[in-house]
Design a protein around this ligand. Structure first.
Ligand code: AMP
Length: 432
């Protein structure tokens, strides 16, 4: 039989890699608790129509779609927002607002595999439902900053825009929503010329084209100045001016709160997902060209799924890419080694006692392995060294007679005889 391999675009995570992925997940979950988000678990398989409704052409074409044995057209989820919006439009419809939901798990897109782009990837996703106020937008930004800080990432920055700028201009020009979606897709892929060709073909005025050219050039790190320039460029388009105003309010509120964000404002910024209606943002680190996280406001989606008109926004943190960024910045995982213990019986008679002691130590919250390969103490100790275990408990008949064992500090390479009844305290005390 040939050796099996993983399917293209799918990965195994070996222990060290899995540990790093789970570390990011744990920190994300802890953060959700700190901000009052409750975790929900939604299915990996959803109806195709739900997932296709507003995800945008790019994602729609790349979904893993199939008929299940009951003949339903289903797909593997390519994102979380549609599932959460479904929940809020149905089972959680009567929940008092705001509703704050967190979910984390795997997503599937038939993307071309490359650095940072996989067919199965993980997101930690935060959805904030029920508020149209800029306070909510500010929270999504601050929460994302907090996550980056908690993970130890450095020099990250936010790219920020507002879909209302481009859509405001295009809708005033009578460009249909379908054409707008197409244009946003092209801009998301940075295909400016192709986007301009579609805009020309849609019957937009010369003034519109000139305005858009200015909008695409309006970028900068100083948000007040950049938004002032953006406002001047779009002054003939009422809704676009309102979008710039909204962005200003959000960023001023952030600045006044004392939280410092490194930002680049891009007036012509577009994201592929069709459901955005307000602020959109992504985060980056200098070492990697692709975004680590992405988010934005989507005030119409819940209504589209049959719920009450409900303003909402969300942010998806890309776990895989955050791990890549941590690798590039050489940020070590903080897995506690201090609490790991190995228990080694010196002979066959001591095995049962070693097993019993390991249960006692686990009961005290220590991570314990028993020597099960029948190796001599010296061999078992060098294996413990290789695994960077903190303590070894050596169980032998001589000491057992007096209710004692040998406790070895693996790092200091020192050992002493301790009473079994004091063993937990001795280990816990020295690993503080
Ligand atoms: P999106 O859902 O497209 O807004 O993406 C949000 C975040 O999910 C991105 O910033 C990435 O970190 C992550 N992401 C999206 N697509 C992929 C992919 N194919 N592989 C790995 N991560 C991805």
């Amino acid at each position: 039989m040939p050796a099996f391999r993983t399917v293209r675009g799918m990965r195994d995570f070996l222990p060290q890699e899995a540990e790093r992925m789970r570390h990011v997940e744990q920190v994300s979950r802890k953060l959700a608790q700190l901000y009052g988000y409750e975790e929900v678990i939604t299915p990996v398989v959803e109806l195709y129509n739900l997932l296709a409704a507003k995800s945008g052409e790019e994602i729609r074409e790349r979904m893993y779609t199939f008929k299940d044995l009951g003949g339903r057209k289903v797909a593997l989820r390519p994102e979380f927002t549609a599932s959460v919006a479904r929940l809020v439009a149905t089972k959680m419809r009567n929940e008092p607002k705001p509703v704050k939901l967190f979910c984390v798990g795997s997503l599937y897109r038939y993307d071309e595999p490359q650095y940072g782009r996989f067919r199965e990837f993980w997101q930690a996703n935060y959805e904030f439902i029920g508020s149209s106020k800029p306070e909510a937008d500010v929270e999504a930004l601050i929460l994302t900053k907090d996550l980056m800080d908690k993970l130890g990432l450095r020099d990250y920055w936010f790219k920020i825009g507002h879909v209302g700028i481009l859509r405001g201009i295009l809708s005033q020009e009578g460009v249909t929503e379908e054409q707008q979606n197409r244009i946003m897709q092209l801009l998301d892929k940075k295909l400016w010329e192709e986007a301009l060709t579609v805009i020309r073909g849609s019957g937009a005025s010369q003034n519109c084209l000139a305005t858009l050219k200015k909008v695409f050039e309006t970028k900068g790190k100083d948000f007040s100045q950049t938004l002032k320039r953006a406002e001047e460029s779009v002054q003939d388009y009422e809704k676009a001016v309102a979008a710039v105003e909204n962005l200003r309010e959000i960023l001023e509120l952030t600045a006044e709160s004392g939280v410092k964000l490194e930002v680049t404002i891009e007036a012509g910024f577009a994201r592929g997902l069709e459901y955005y209606t307000g602020i959109i943002f992504e985060t980056y680190v200098p070492e990697i060209e692709i975004a680590l996280s992405g988010g934005g406001r989507y005030d119409k989606l819940i209504e589209l799924f049959g719920g009450e008109p409900t303003p909402a926004l969300g942010v998806a943190q890309g776990v895989d890419r955050i791990v890549l960024a941590m690798d590039k910045q050489r940020i070590p995982s903080k897995v506690a080694r201090e609490r790991r213990v190995v228990v080694i019986p010196v002979d066959e008679e001591s095995r049962a006692k070693a097993i019993g002691l390991s249960s006692m130590l686990r009961g005290a919250g220590l991570s314990v392995e028993v020597e099960v390969m029948g190796r001599k103490v010296s061999k078992a100790l060098s294996d413990a060294d290789r695994k960077a275990v903190a303590h070894a408990v050596i169980v032998g008949p001589e000491e057992l007679k007096e209710g004692k064992v040998v406790l070895r500090d693996m790092k200091k390479r020192e050992q002493r005889v301790v009473k079994i009844k004091n063993l937990c305290e001795e280990i816990l005390g020295s690993s503080k």
